[in-house]
Design a binder for this molecule. Sequence first.
Ligand SMILES: Cc1cc2nc3c(=O)[nH]c(=O)nc-3n(C[C@H](O)[C@H](O)[C@H](O)COP(=O)(O)OP(=O)(O)OC[C@H]3O[C@@H](n4cnc5c(N)ncnc54)[C@H](O)[C@@H]3O)c2cc1C
Length: 201
Amino acid sequence: MKKYDVAIVGAGPGGIYAAYELMKKNSKLSVVVLEAGHSLEKRHCPIDGKKIKSCISCKSCSIMSGFGGAGAFSDGKYNITNDFGGTLYEYIGKEEALSLMRYVDEINMENGGEGTRLFSTAGTKFKKLCMQNRLKLLDASVRHLGTDINYVVLENLYAKLKDQVEFILIVRWKRWKSWRMMASISIPRKKISMRINALSP
Ligand SMILES: Cc1cc2nc3c(=O)[nH]c(=O)nc-3n(C[C@H](O)[C@H](O)[C@H](O)COP(=O)(O)OP(=O)(O)OC[C@H]3O[C@@H](n4cnc5c(N)ncnc54)[C@H](O)[C@@H]3O)c2cc1C
């Protein structure tokens, strides 16, 4: 049985940046990412408006699943704020949370996002206008990559990761023998078994 030091479930942003960080911190670690969806280039929704007009419930939804996760084809807006969009700061504090968001932004800039605009509400005329009218404008910076650059960043991250991190795609979890955790997963043309010591459920 092949052994890995770390198994990451899901190749959304959470899984991708976790793998990226592990690769950077310790190049000797063997890391596997198990993803239920397709690779980025194979992610296609079959709805074409002619033959297929609405969702046919594919086994793996290419809009929500696959390398890049749920927002792979989104507008690529990365919010740098504690004011909305998550509660990470409750665990690690606001400063640390912001610094991690900026760190992810740096990674994106190094991987194809350079030249894109970082917008901010701080010190804007609009903020002043809101204050004058007793409205609270939430504080945020937002990196707007846009759909095309977001895709390029994901492609570049995959290119960097693929030699060091193993990606197993179209994972189907078949059977759980116990809570922590023996799982048999099948991927096209192969069937492999895995024992995973889970860090969290
Ligand atoms: C249309 C759309 C547009 C969006 N636009 C933005 C935006 O502009 N800005 C923004 O900040 N956020 C946006 N979001 C939200 C953002 O995409 C999510 O917050 C982000 O993707 C969450 O990352 P994640 O890694 O936690 O989870 P996900 O991106 O959901 O990734 C989880 C991955 O795990 C896989 N998976 C799940 N269960 C299993 C399993 N049992 N075995 C194997 N694999 C599994 C899934 O297939 C998926 O690929 C958007 C979301 C959508 C749907």
